[in-house]
Design a protein around this ligand. Structure first.
Ligand code: DGY
Length: 308
C-alpha cells in the first residue's frame, strides 16, 4: 500500500490517487495503528516530514518519496538503518531558488521594497531624496554551502562580475572559486554572504554573532537555506546597533511567521519561504515525487535518493 502523509500539490495528488494512495489526513483516528503494517511506500514532503515515530508505525515500509530538496524533517538515518531508501526532489529547483537569492540580494542592497513603499506612500515629491544604496556588481560574494543551489547562485555571480569564495564541508575539485576554511574569515571578506546550505543539527546557528560581526555594517546577509542556520536573535541584535548592512531572508527560525522586530527595517527584505515557488518548478518537484515511486515500484530503485 502507498500512504500519503500530506497533500503534495494539485499536479501530484491526482497521480498519487491513480497509484492508489491512501490519504492519511482523511483517515479516522487510529488508522495507522490498525493498517500501518500494510504500508510499503510513503509519499511525504519536507514540510510534513517523517519522524522516528512514523517510521516505527510502518514496520514493512520499503521506500519514501519526499517533496522538497531539504530532508531535515525526515529521519533519514533511521530509515537507512532499516534499509529504507529515501528520495527527495533535488536539481529541478536549483535555478528558481538561485533566482530568488539574487532577487533578495539586489532587493536588500538597492532597498527596492523600501523604494516601492516610498513611492506608493506619495513621498516621492522631489528627485534625489530617497537614500542612496549599495552596488552589487563587482562585489565580493561569499557562499555558505556550494551544493547545487549554491553553485547556481555562484554562476549568476559570475555574470555580475563578482569575486566569489565559499565555505562548506570542504574544498571542491573543479570549481573556479576559492574555498575558505573559516566561515568568520569568509564573512569578513564578503560584501554579500549567502546561506545556501541545508538545515539540521550540523548547520544549526553556523551564522553566529561572531560571523555577523565579521560581515559588518556594510555586509548583507541572504538566507535561502534554512532559518536554523542563522542565530536570529544575534541577527536582530546586530541590525539593532547597525552592525550589519542588511538582510534578505526567505527562511526564518520559527517559520511560518517572522519576528516583528524585523518588520520596520528598510534594510531587511522578507519573503515567506518561496524559493522554489514557481509553477514550473513546483510541478517538476511534484512530478519527481511520483516518478520516484513509479521507478521504485517497477525497478526497485529511486531516481533521486537522498545522499546524506
Ligand atoms: C525545499 O525544497 O527543501 C524547500 O525548502 C521547500 O520549500
Amino acid at each position: 500500500m502507498l500512504l500519503q502523509l500530506a497533500p503534495i500539490g494539485t499536479h501530484a495528488d491526482p497521480q498519487l490517487d491513480a497509484l492508489g494512495a491512501v490519504r492519511l489526513w482523511e483517515q479516522p483516528k487510529g488508522w495507522l495503528e490498525q493498517h500501518g503494517a500494510r504500508v510499503e511506500l510513503l509519499a511525504t514532503s519536507v514540510r510534513r516530514g517523517c519522524d522516528a515515530a512514523m517510521l516505527a508505525a510502518l514496520p514493512n515500509l520499503k521506500a519514501i518519496s519526499s517533496w522538497g530538496v531539504g530532508y531535515d524533517t525526515l529521519d533519514v538515518a533511521g530509515a537507512a538503518a532499516r534499509g529504507i531508501p529515501v528520495a527527495n526532489t533535488p536539481d529541478v529547483l536549483d535555478d528558481c531558488v538561485a533566482d530568488l537569492a539574487w532577487g533578495l540580494m539586489i532587493a536588500a542592497a538597492r532597498r527596492i521594497p523600501a523604494a516601492d513603499r516610498y513611492v506608493r506612500a506619495g513621498e516621492w515629491k522631489e528627485l534625489g531624496r530617497f537614500p542612496i544604496t549599495t552596488k552589487v556588481s563587482g562585489k565580493k560574494l561569499g557562499i555558505l554551502g556550494l551544493g547545487r543551489i549554491g553553485s547556481a547562485i555562484a554562476r549568476r555571480g559570475q555574470g555580475f562580475s563578482m569575486d566569489i569564495r565559499y565555505h562548506g564541508r570542504g574544498p571542491k575539485a573543479d570549481v573556479p572559486y576559492a574555498y575558505m576554511a573559516s566561515l568568520v574569515e569568509l564573512a569578513a571578506w564578503s560584501d554579500f554572504l549567502v546561506v545556501a546550505c541545508e538545515g539540521g543539527p550540523a548547520t544549526h546557528h553556523l551564522v553566529s554573532a561572531e560571523v555577523l560581526a565579521a560581515l559588518g555594517p556594510r555586509g548583507i546577509l541572504v538566507n535561502i537555506g534554512r532559518g536554523s542556520v542563522v542565530d536570529q536573535a544575534a541577527l536582530i541584535a546586530a541590525l539593532d546597533i547597525c552592525a550589519l548592512g542588511g538582510a534578505g531572508l526567505d527562511v526564518l527560525e520559527g517559520e511560518p511567521g517572522a519576528p516583528p522586530e524585523l518588520f520596520h527595517r528598510n534594510n531587511v527584505v522578507l519573503t515567506p519561504h518561496v524559493g522554489s515557488a514557481t509553477r514550473e518548478t513546483r510541478e517538476a518537484m511534484e512530478q519527481l515525487v511520483v516518478d520516484n515511486l513509479i521507478a521504485f515500484g517497477r525497478e526497485g530503485r529511486l531516481l533521486t535518493p537522498v545522499r546524506a
